[in-house]
Structure formats: structure tokens, C-alpha cells
Design a protein around this ligand. Structure first.
Ligand code: SAM
Ligand code: SF4
Length: 470
């Protein structure tokens, strides 16, 4: 591995500055309302402005922030929710991250890497449920070289089960060198996701013991910059909430987004905000920075206001109940029907924590999640069109380009939903889904777009034609 950092790489996280911003006193209500107004005009917020929103304690102003997040979601970002599933390929790991059920020193962890046949079976199982988008997840280990991971990606795309296929493979794995990212890009990956875990240097050091690869804060912080330079222009940032002050981590995420935007003219494609969940060997973990549900809601809403052009991912680490509520604050992607044991999609039964990274909060099957989304007026989407049409990086913003949603996103969401309803849905889900399809189709204002979308849906319903995207 070439351990060179990108040219001009800088440590853009100033702990003292962010600590001070995370401790601002209650702000003047007018200042808060001015910032809210700015976010409504879809301008990214500065770190200082985000800090002002984080300092809001008054329930009334907090409700205004929540309402703005809901409003941005409803009016600007539409009612689509993109669905995906994680596919854990291997949990061997040379790192010893204090919070993780895969860490090296945990002797009770059962380790396994999917063989090629097992990978095929996992992908077939996921396709049989209706999934089209996966994220492959790996520990950090010499076994998981860029070439190995790229082979897994190619194999995943090659599996076709019935009418099923995987159309987008994202990655969550260790940071690579530029050559490594080129190898991954050549295999056709979508987003490369790296969570910084914590942006606070001292905490980072505490939870990532020296001598492990992951102990190198700058190597990780620069990881997505190298990804960009290696040709992966869909980058996913994230922080693991619960390691340090949650307000600091939100500011770190915003700093990171602004840095990528400044340096490459492209912000992150997605932001993830997982919270630490119980895991094998985590009994004595320091919980002093754990984030309550109330704080979690605030952080999601504030992120929505701060980074208007970035997709937001909320995973099944959270419970169904919380996901239902937080979805309205501008989340754009969720996983559903997730199994995180290696080989879990071909296994029945409860989670066995010594084989998994953490405990998941929402273990409902995909169809149940889709039915609930439909019942609540969301369009479940398996759309993968932008990345396949080359609408990535700076040409692509998941939301909010005027006309883009109506012309492309909604029709693509509807055609992929139509596929799901024809090929995989339970009868009740199909019934509710078809009613939603009709309603949403009628809402498309441009008659040409409405007709084209209706035509494709009809082809899907009356023939074997699939994958008809705009
Ligand atoms: N090994 C790669 C790495 O560390 O970058 C892949 C990441 S890991 C398999 C995916 C993410 O899960 C980590 O980046 C971390 O944020 C999160 N994670 C680890 N332990 C967790 C826990 N106990 N609860 C919730 N999330 C956890
Ligand atoms: Fe390994 Fe990733 Fe877990 Fe750390 S978070 S122990 S690097 S799998």
C-alpha cells in the first residue's frame, strides 16, 4: 500500500475550534430564524451557522428546525425513499476498534469470509427478495485487498436470479491508496463509504489502539480525497455517534463536506450517522457520550438543514419506531430486511452476536418495510439510474435541481416500485403499492413525462421487460 496522502491534504479538523462551537450558549432567536431561512433557500450552512442551530435548547425553536427539515423533505426532496441492503463479506480484521464486534482482540468472535459460492447464494437470496442495491461490507485485513473486493463486486453484478439483478454495488471498507480506488472504480462501484468514526483526535486515538492501521487519523481523514483522485466521485462520509460529544461530530461532518466541496468541487454523495449499538464484547464500554433519541432527532434535522445536497442514510441500527419518525426529517436512504451475519441471508433465526458486528434495531423483512412506506405516502425506490447514466459527482446532486425530481427521480422511483410490486410483493403490499403508483403518476405535472412513465410501468406490468429507466 502506498501511504502517500493527497497533494495539499490538510487536517481540517481543529478540535479547539469545534469544541468551542459545540459549547455555544443559547443563541438569539432571530439569528436562528435567519439561519433557518438560509437553509430553506438550499444554501449549505457554514460550520458556525450549524453550531448555532446545535445550541438551540428552546423547544419552540427546536420545533421550527424539525418543521424546516420536514418541509425540505416534503417540498424540495420529494417523498422517495431509496432502499438497499448491507452484505457483509468478511469479518476478519487487523484493527482493534473498541466499539466493534469484529475487533481483533475479541477471541469470541466467529470469523468467516464468504467463498465465491457463498457470495453467489447471498446475492441470490437478496435478489429473490427484490433488492437491487447493495453495500458490500468488509473488515480491514490483507485478505480483503482491492483486487479481492473488486472481484466480489464483479461477481455480485454477475448474479441473476429470475428477474432479479443487482444494479448498484456500494462499498463500506477500509481506506485505500489511489491505485486501490482505481481498481474498485474499474469494477463499477457506486459510492465508497468511509466513516471517520470520530472527528475528535484524542477520542480517535483512545478507541483505535496504536499500531493498528486504523490508528492513523489522517490516513482515514484523507481516505475519501484519495477515493476522489482514484476516480470514485461518489463518496460517503459518516460518524459513529456515541464516541464523543454529538455536536462536535455534526460539526466534523459539516467540515468534512465543506472540505471536499472546496477541494474537488464535489461534496459527499451521502452522510451516515450511525449510533453505537450493543455488540459482542461491549459490556464495559464508556457510555458517557451515548446519544439519546431526542438528541438523535435534533442531529438528523440539523444535518438536513446544513448539507442540502447530500443524501442522508439511516440504517437498521435504529428501531422501526424511531426510523418512522426520523424519516420525515430528510432521510433519503434506508436499508431494509438487513442481516449482518456473514452468510446471514441464507440463515433463519435470531442474531447471534458473536458472529455479528452489532445488534440491529429494525429486523423487519423488506416487504413489511415497503408496505409501511407505501401506507405512509412514501415511494419506495430501487432506482439506480443516475450512476448508470453517468450522473455522478459534480454532475449529480441527489435532490433539488429544479425539475430534476419530477422529470427523472419520481418516474424512476415509480418504475422500480412497479417492478417490485410485479415480481416480489406480498398481495397486500401489491394492492397498496398499485394505488400509490396511480396516485403518484397523476401528480406528475408534465404530460409528456407522465405519459412516458405510465408507458414504462405498463410494459413492466404486461411483459417481461425490466430496468426501464430515465
Ligand atoms: N472495517 C471497515 C472500517 O472500519 O472502515 C468497515 C466498517 S464496519 C464493518 C462499518 C461501520 O460500522 C464502522 O465504520 C462503524 O462506524 C460501524 N460500527 C462498528 N461497530 C459498531 C457498533 N457497535 N454499533 C454500531 N455501529 C458500529
Ligand atoms: Fe475492523 Fe472496521 Fe470493526 Fe474496526 S470497525 S474492528 S476496522 S471491522
Amino acid at each position: 500500500m502506498d501511504k502517500t496522502l493527497t497533494k495539499g491534504c490538510e487536517d481540517f479538523i481543529n478540535d479547539a475550534k469545534l469544541d468551542a462551537l459545540a459549547a455555544l450558549p443559547q443563541p438569539d432567536p432571530q439569528k436562528v430564524r435567519d439561519i433557518i431561512a438560509k437553509s430553506k433557500s438550499l444554501k449549505p450552512l457554514a460550520v458556525e451557522e450549524t453550531a448555532t442551530l446545535l445550541a438551540v435548547e428552546s423547544p419552540e425553536l427546536q420545533e421550527e428546525i424539525f418543521e424546516t427539515a420536514r418541509e425540505l423533505k416534503r417540498k424540495v426532496y420529494g417523498n422517495r425513499i431509496v432502499l438497499f441492503a448491507p452484505l457483509y463479506v468478511g469479518n476478519h480484521c487487523t484493527n482493534d476498534c473498541a466499539y466493534c464486534g469484529f475487533r481483533k482482540s475479541l477471541r469470541s468472535a466467529v470469523r468467516h469470509t464468504l467463498s465465491n459460492d457463498e457470495l453467489v447464494k447471498e446475492v441470490e437470496a437478496l435478489e429473490s427478495l427484490g433488492h437491487k442495491r447493495l453495500i458490500l461490507v468488509f473488515g480491514e485485513h490483507p485478505l480483503y485487498s482491492p483486487e479481492f473486493m473488486a472481484d466480489c463486486v464483479r461477481q455480485t453484478y454477475a448474479v441473476k436470479k429470475g428477474k432479479g439483478e443487482i444494479r448498484r454495488v456500494n462499498i463500506n471498507a477500509a481506506p485505500l491508496d489511489i491505485e486501490g480506488y482505481k481498481t474498485m472504480k474499474a469494477a463499477g462501484i457506486g459510492t465508497y463509504q468511509i466513516f471517520q468514526e470520530t472527528y475528535h483526535h484524542e477520542t480517535y486515538k483512545k478507541v483505535h489502539p496504536p499500531l493498528s492501521h486504523k490508528a492513523d487519523f489522517m490516513w482515514r481523514l484523507d481516505g475519501l480525497s484519495r477515493a476522489f483522485e482514484g476516480g470514485c466521485d461518489d463518496m460517503g462520509v459518516g460518524a459513529l455517534f456515541g464516541l464523543y460529544n454529538w455536536k462536535f461530530e455534526v460539526l466534523g461532518l459539516v467540515e468534512h463536506s465543506l472540505y471536499l466541496q472546496r477541494k474537488y468541487g464535489v461534496g459527499p454523495h451521502t452522510i451516515s450517522f450511525p449510533r453505537i449499538k450493543s455488540a459482542n464484547g461491549l459490556n464495559d464500554f464508556d457510555t458517557s457520550h451515548f446519544v439519546s433519541d431526542a438528541e438523535y432527532k435534533r442531529l438528523v434535522a440539523i444535518l438536513r438543514l446544513s448539507v442540502p445536497y447530500t443524501g442522508m442514510i439511516m440504517t437498521a441500527r435504529e428501531t422501526a419506531e424511531l426510523r418512522r419518525e426520523v424519516l420525515a426529517f430528510g432521510v433519503s436512504q434506508i436499508d431494509a430486511g438487513s442481516r449482518i451475519e456473514i452468510g446471514g441471508y441464507n440463515k433463519q433465526g435470531e442474531q447471534e452476536l458473536n458472529r455479528e458486528q452489532f445488534k440491529i434495531g429494525d429486523s423487519r423483512p423488506l416487504d413489511e418495510v415497503i408496505k409501511e412506506l407505501v401506507d405512509n405516502g412514501y415511494i419506495p425506490s430501487f432506482c439506480t439510474a443516475c450512476y448508470r447514466k453517468g450522473r455522478t459527482g459534480q454532475h449529480f446532486m441527489e435532490f433539488a435541481i429544479p425539475g430534476f425530481i419530477n422529470r427523472l427521480c419520481t418516474p424512476n422511483a415509480l418504475t422500480t416500485l412497479a417492478e417490485y410490486l410485479e415480481d416480489y410483493a406480498a398481495p397486500e403490499t401489491k394492492k397498496a403499492g398499485l394505488a400509490l403508483l396511480q396516485k403518484e403518476l397523476e401528480k406528475i405535472e408534465d404530460p409528456k413525462v407522465r405519459e412516458a412513465a405510465g408507458d414504462r410501468i405498463s410494459k413492466i406490468q404486461h411483459s417481461d421487460l425490466r430496468d426501464l429507466y430515465f
